[in-house]
Design a protein around this ligand. Structure first.
Ligand code: PLP
Length: 426
């Protein structure tokens, strides 16, 4: 709809009529939460049989009773499981408790407190910066903010971060110590990095010798369709280029088994594994190995994981289709609204023109919550007020139909308000 072709009177009438639509939806008194990418209860139910696997178990892994202290790097079987999923060697993997995010936080803290590989601790440097492709994952940016790391925003393109901007910056500036990457089914745009981008990240010259790539492969097995996006194995490139110490790769079973009771890992060079182990020694006498043991019994291997992920996909796919259909029905060929059509992951990313915050506010007034506008950018600064992240996993299909009616109506209202203000304000 090109509202600019309407007279002021016509536009005001249309706006009033759309406001009525939203009011009517609000009157239904429903509450739909689409703020975070959480698995639904139906998805979580898929892994409840995991508890049966330990009914008659002996709890022994490599002659160690997993119910006891020890094994700071994780059980052999869980290390092998993540190694197979990520295409690395098991000695390159440390498995810990739930939350890969907490490992990321710890690794930044270790670098700040102790330094990496003999280099000056980041705490002692006047400034430490990270490259933050945006839109990106708000929690990565939150770690930087909490720990005093300056964020440099670079645009996220269709094939990954804009490497033409990243390369010269990291080459010239030794205070740039890291880059956040969600390389597959990226949060929130859903894209998967191209081979070229993976190669450039793994091999680019960096002024900082202690530069680290935080390769958050949170959605490594989270395809929605039979045809899965292919992500180049960054370790294969880094091993050839002799840059493997630069890579910290993360994954977890938060969206495979249980978000609150999964297992997580970091994969990196054996040298880095030893360094991280030296810090973990003081932090813990060992992770929850019972959970690691149980996960390995339940999931077995990569094939077992992929089988389970197919069941997740069967639950998630119709929800993504509802979102896409609602947007397509309302906004096909409309340049004001663009949205992603991801092959996997947990999000649909919507771009509008200069009114994301207003749309989120209007939707909230009718009971539908989205992640705060701006959250997908460092410092919450979405300069063009454009990006909204939709997380369709938790609501039922019926709730989603409702939420999308609200969302579409909120977009139309916000847009008409802009046109009225821009074209007809005296
Ligand atoms: C990109 C990304 N990384 C990490 C996480 C959190 O992972 P974990 O539950 O393993 O801490 C999420 C959760 O939404 C995510 O989207």
């Amino acid at each position: 709809m090109d509202y600019k072709t309407l007279t002021k009177d016509e536009l005001e009438k249309q706006l009033a009529s759309e406001q009525k639509v939203l009011k009517k939806l609000a009157k239904e008194g429903r509450v739909v939460d689409m703020t975070r990418g959480r698995p639904s209860s139906e998805q979580l139910d898929l892994s409840v049989p995991m508890f049966d696997t330990v009914k008659d178990a002996d709890f022994i892994s490599q002659n160690i009773d997993v119910r006891n202290y020890g094994g700071v790097l994780g059980t052999k079987e869980s290390r092998e499981l993540f190694a197979e999923i990520l295409g690395v060697k098991s000695e390159e993997v440390i498995v810990m408790d739930n939350s890969s995010l907490s490992i990321m936080y710890d690794l930044v803290q270790f670098a700040k407190q102790f330094g990496i590989d003999g280099h000056t601790p980041w705490n002692k440097l006047p400034k430490v910066k990270f490259i933050c492709p945006a839109p990106g994952y708000d929690r990565h940016f939150a770690i930087c903010e909490a720990l005093g790391i300056e964020m440099i925003t670079v645009p996220m393109l269709e094939d990954g971060p804009d490497m033409d901007l990243v390369e010269p910056m990291v080459k010239a500036d030794a205070s740039i110590k890291g880059i956040w990457c969600v390389p597959k089914y990226s949060n929130p745009t859903g894209i998967t990095y191209s081979d070229e981008v993976v190669e450039r990240i793994a091999t680019m010259p960096t002024a900082a010798e202690d530069f680290r790539v935080f390769w958050d492969n949170a959605y490594c097995v989270h395809g929605l369709y039979d045809e899965d996006d292919k992500l180049k194995n960054i370790f294969e490139v880094a091993k050839k280029a002799d840059t493997k110490d630069r890579i910290y790769e993360f994954a977890s079973t938060s969206k495979i088994t249980f978000a609150s009771a999964g297992i997580s890992c970091v994969a990196t060079s054996v040298k880095n594994v030893e360094e991280i182990k030296s810090h973990l020694f003081y932090k813990t006498i060992g992770p929850n190995k019972v959970n690691q043991y149980m996960h390995a019994l339940f999931l077995k291997n990569k094939e077992g994981v992929l089988k389970l992920m197919k069941q997740h996909a069967d639950i998630l796919r119709p929800k993504f289709q509802i979102v896409d259909k609602a947007l397509s029905d309302a906004f096909t060929d409309d340049k004001f609204v663009n949205w992603s059509k991801p092959n996997g992951g947990y999000f649909v990313s919507v771009d509008v023109k200069s009114c994301a915050a207003r749309i989120v506010e209007l939707a909230k007034s009718a009971g539908v919550s989205f992640t705060k506008a701006g959250a997908t950018f460092p410092y919450g600064m979405d300069d063009y007020n454009r990006n909204i992240r939709i997380a369709p996993s938790v609501p039922s299909e019926e709730e989603l139909e409702f939420a999308m009616k609200v969302f579409v109506s909120a977009i139309k209202i916000a847009r008409m308000e802009i046109v009225l203000q821009k074209c007809f304000s005296d």
